[in-house]
Design a protein around this ligand. Structure first.
Ligand SMILES: *[C@@H]1O[C@H](CO)[C@@H](O)[C@H](O)[C@H]1NC(C)=O
Ligand SMILES: *[C@@H]1O[C@H](CO)[C@@H](O)[C@H](O)[C@H]1NC(C)=O
Length: 387
């Protein structure tokens, strides 16, 4: 009895602190169920093609592993497969108890029907996951995310038609909630508003030491299916009603994206400064930025001794897949300001899948170079600083 207890205790300590990677987390780099998105019009049965990859072009079995939480998912009908005619979908929908469901359409297509008599939602309708299995080796992929996006390819969105949509404000001492404005102002129509209430000036730089930000609500913006937004667009409207925009803070970290699970759970923060098209002097302006490497996103080294670096494709991709923070800077000026934002959205690129395949196959782990996982992106040995 005592011996069993000792064995059990030592097994527990090994699994809790697996410093030497005796039990590495298995991560399949091949085959790959590529993250994808399908825009769906209201009331319309929409064919969505899943997108599996196998490095030797091996034949794949598609498996639906979770169903959309609203609307229904169907197999394609025989007449659709053969003649491309309506109805596109089989007689009965796929049910929870059938999961994992083996898709019989050889092209890996399924049909999504959104909830009936409902307008398109803010952001996506729903999401689902799938996996692919190599028919010869039996190897199964990591889960692929499918975003059943709005007709305009949105996957996350706040238009503030009915309230603050759970957005919050950080960096202010008292006002942790923006105010909802139930009227129009220029192109802003029903929007959220925040003001600076602390000016905690750093006398060396003359900039605010503690800046305030609009913070996105987790339930709408921090979803794994936002992976499909790689190479898509983040967009919002912004305007200010007061503030001295001739005396700006520096730096102006306009947009911040963070992923807590990235970089082997050390976290990864990407910043887009108010430059290269995002300059702002307080006027009403629609800001739009592409969510892909090469669009002036910087990786924060989280170490003041190291420089910010250009965000790589996989850093950007991994952060989108594991988003835990989306923040928009309100604190532009060195003194106080009032800032309104509206119509904040993330949409996917039209061409799907757009999530970089190589990143989904996983990045080499700095702590164990035999391993490749997406959670290791950002700890790539080639850009790893040993200290
Ligand atoms: C299948 O998976 C096993 C275990 O993960 C791996 O050793 C093997 O190389 C894989 N086979 C192929 C063809 O990818
Ligand atoms: C990103 O999208 C643009 C069009 O919006 C397209 O031309 C380009 O090829 C895409 N890039 C990637 C890496 O998918």
């Amino acid at each position: 009895m005592f011996l069993r207890l000792v064995v059990w205790a030592s097994a527990l300590s090994v699994s809790l602190a697996d410093i030497d990677n005796i039990f590495p987390i298995l991560y399949a780099s091949n085959p790959v169920a590529q993250h994808t998105a399908c825009p769906v019009a209201a009331g319309e049965a929409t064919v969505c093609r899943l997108s599996g990859y196998e490095e030797n072009n091996g034949e794949l079995q598609y498996l639906v592993t979770s169903l959309p939480s609203s609307g229904s998912l169907y197999e394609t009908s025989q007449n659709y497969r053969t003649y491309g005619t309506d109805p596109k979908y089989a007689a009965t929908s796929i049910k929870d108890y059938e999961l994992p469901f083996r898709v019989t359409d050889p092209l890996g297509r399924v049909v999504y029907i959104p909830p009936s008599d409902v307008f398109p939602p803010e952001g996506r309708w729903a999401a689902m996951t799938y996996e692919v299995q190599d028919r010869v080796t039996g190897n199964i992929s990591q889960p692929g995310q499918v975003s059943l996006s709005s007709p305009s390819q949105r996957v996350a969105e706040s238009t503030f038609v009915g309230g603050t949509d759970s957005w919050t404000i950080s960096g202010n001492i008292y006002a942790t909630m923006p105010t909802w404005q139930a009227f129009g102002w220029g192109v802003l129509n029903r929007y959220i508003y925040g003001t600076d209430e602390v000016q905690y000036i750093d006398f060396d730089t003359n900039s605010d030491q503690s800046k305030w930000y609009f913070e996105a609500p987790p339930g709408k913006f921090y979803l794994p299916e936002l992976a499909a937004a790689y190479n898509g667009t983040l967009k919002f409207t912004i305007a200010s009603n007061y503030g001295d925009f001739d005396h700006l803070n520096n730096p102006l970290d306009f947009i911040t994206l963070e992923c807590a699970s990235c970089n082997s759970a050390r976290g990864l923060r990407l910043v887009r400064y108010a430059d290269n098209g995002l300059e702002w002097k307080g006027q009403e302006k629609v800001m739009q930025v592409t969510l892909a490497a090469g669009n002036h996103w910087w990786r924060d080294p989280m170490n003041s001794a190291l420089p910010f670096t250009d965000a790589t494709e996989c850093e950007m991709a991994a952060v989108l897949q594991g988003l835990t923070r989306v923040a928009i800077l309100g604190d532009f000026t060195r003194a106080g300001e009032g800032v309104a934002v509206d119509d904040i959205s993330i949409s996917t690129a039209t061409a799907q899948p757009s999530f970089p395949l190589a990143c989904q196959q996983g990045c080499l782990c700095a702590h164990d170079q035999r391993q490749r996982r997406i959670s290791c992106c950002g700890s790539d040995p080639s850009v790893y600083y040993p200290f």
